[in-house]
Design a protein around this ligand. Structure first.
Ligand code: SAM
Ligand code: SF4
Length: 434
């Protein structure tokens, strides 16, 4: 009888990419996908630990998955991702029923590890952070039915921002060869991809021998049949003038950049070890807008970093008012064990963090809504991805990464079409085919 697997992914797009790779290895090893964990013989939870809440969510989900083993003792249960890397063997003490702990840099050895796990007996904690990342291991047998595809081009981070766990769990920066990336991209286009997003923790610090990130983008832009190129996540300190120019020169590069600023006060930015000032960040935004006036800007920001005063927080709000981002991902700072910020004094109370986050999100809500409403009456190009969540409409994204819903038959799925925006809300736009 066929064996089934079930993978649940939490966290960032890099985890999505890793889960995709793990699925393929499982399928090559004779497993078929299951739609529910209850129906599977192998269940894997791919976790995130960047914030305390994400880690708690992963651990509580794991607790519920462990319960499945009571009903089906032959079930193999695995945990992967950053929680696996960070907690390692300790997870076996907390969840004795667990069969496998797999760190992000061990995914390249997964077929071998899977065989050992299936053969039973020894439980395995594979968490060597110094191994070659999975995406660097030979040609990637990539398959995506969708028009949107992702390629990891670099992994890890050397920046050690004082609050962040990523460099400890994902290891140091390593970039893939441009030949491999381009080969994979061409293959994805042959398989139907119209849009490719290049992924990395610090995607714009990509460098392989003499090839830097702007050169890689130029070569991606030459791929016939590819319509859109995106990249995420960029670090402000590595945003070169040459990369900014790419937004004017490369017709396939989408007019959108996600550029986390984290805080608007120079004192806090310094304590965070971000490597830029508020003024430098504003200069970058100015240069981006001069180069490409239509560019959409999104960012990450944190409230309640240790020692953040009301004045520091006001400077964050002021930066948001000045720049007017299209959208923001905003977080409450949380201590991550082993990071310098976790050892800092002057912690901000949970109530204070919630109060600041609410004010910040209220401000951004107004800006996002107004920017979306500015699009009413305009024509935009949409790459149609499928049906909307409610199922009655088609949905896609503009070049600036905004969600557009409209009513049409499914023949439009996977196509690039022109839509006139009729209505706008905070989350999405509603349009009609032109
Ligand atoms: N490399 C990206 C950069 O430099 O901005 C960010 C990657 S991180 C996985 C995603 C976001 O999580 C960060 O931009 C930050 O806002 C947030 N984050 C990271 N550590 C955090 C912490 N300890 N508490 C709260 N938010 C955190
Ligand atoms: Fe974390 Fe900073 Fe690296 Fe981003 S740049 S992953 S926030 S350490």
């Amino acid at each position: 009888m066929a064996r089934h697997y079930y993978i649940e992914t939490m966290g960032c797009q890099m985890n999505e990419y890793d889960s995709d790779h793990l699925s393929r290895i499982l399928e090559n090893s004779g497993y078929m996908p299951a739609s529910e964990p209850e129906e599977a013989d192998f269940v894997l939870l791919n976790t995130c630990s960047v914030r305390e809440k994400a880690e708690q969510k992963a651990l509580s989900r794991l607790g519920r998955l462990v319960a499945l083993k009571k009903k089906n003792p032959r079930l193999l249960l695995a945990v992967a991702g950053c929680v696996a890397q960070q907690r390692g063997m300790d997870l076996f003490d907390r969840f004795p029923a667990l069969d496998l702990v797999l760190g992000p840099r061990e995914i390249g050895r997964f077929s071998e590890i899977l065989r050992k796990t299936e053969n039973g007996g020894t439980r395995i904690a594979a968490v060597n952070v110094h191994r070659t990342p999975v995406s660097f291991m030979g040609r990637f047998e990539y398959f995506r039915n969708s028009v949107k595809a992702y390629i990891t081009i670099m992994e890890g981070c050397n920046n050690f921002c004082s609050y962040c766990i990523v460099p400890y769990v994902r290891g140091r920066e390593a970039s893939r060869s441009p030949q491999k990336i381009l080969e994979e991209a061409r293959e994805l286009v042959v398989q139907g991809a119209k849009e490719i997003t290049l992924l990395g923790q610090n995607v714009n610090s990509y460098v392989y021998e003499k090839t830097r990130f702007p050169r890689l983008l130029q070569r991606m832009n030459e791929i016939k049949g590819l319509h859109r190129i995106r990249f995420t996540t960029s670090h402000p300190k590595d945003l070169s003038a040459e990369l900014i120019q790419c937004f004017a020169q490369l017709d396939k590069l989408c007019s959108h950049i996600h550029l986390p600023f984290q805080a608007g006060s120079n004192r806090v930015l310094k304590a965070m070890k971000r490597g830029y000032t508020r003024e430098k960040y504003m200069d970058l935004i100015h240069a981006l807008r001069q180069t490409q006036p239509e560019i959409a800007l999104t960012s990450d920001v944190m409230v309640g970093f240790p020692g953040e005063t009301e004045d520091d927080f006001e400077q964050t709000l002021d930066l948001i008012r000045n720049i007017e981002f299209d959208n923001l991902f905003s977080f409450k700072y949380s201590d991550r064990e082993g990071t310098p910020a976790a050892r800092m004094q002057e912690k901000i109370s949970e109530d204070q963090k919630i109060e600041r986050l609410t004010r910040l999100q209220g401000l951004q809500r107004g800006i996002t809504l107004r920017k979306n409403k500015d699009l009413v009456g305009k024509n935009v190009e949409v790459l149609v991805e499928g049906t909307s969540k409610k199922g009655q409409q088609l949905t896609g994204r503009t070049e600036t990464n905004k969600v557009v819903n409209f009513i049409r038959d499914n023949a439009y799925i996977n196509k690039l079409i022109n839509v006139k925006i009729k209505r706008a809300s905070f989350n999405s736009l509603f349009g009609e085919l032109t």
